[in-house]
Design a protein. Structure first.
Length: 63
C-alpha cells in the first residue's frame, strides 16, 4: 500500500478535495473519512484506465 497526498478544504458542511497528483479531479464528502474513501475510489478510476486522457502533474529535474 502506498500513500498519496491530497489537498482539501471545508466548505459549509462538506469536505472538498483532490489528489495532489490529479488536481483537476475533485470529489467531496460529508466527513473527512468519507472524503478519503471517495478519493480512493477516484484514484482507482484514474489509474485503472476508466477515465480517458487523464491530466497529471509530474516532476522534472533540470540542471
Amino acid at each position: 500500500m502506498e500513500n498519496k497526498k491530497f489537498v482539501y478544504y471545508q466548505e459549509d458542511d462538506m469536505f472538498v478535495g483532490w489528489l495532489e497528483e490529479f488536481p483537476d479531479y475533485k470529489t467531496q464528502g460529508e466527513t473527512l473519512d468519507e472524503l478519503k474513501e471517495n478519493l480512493k475510489d477516484i484514484y482507482e478510476e484514474l489509474t485503472g484506465g476508466k477515465i480517458p486522457h487523464v491530466i497529471r502533474v509530474g516532476e522534472l529535474r533540470v540542471a
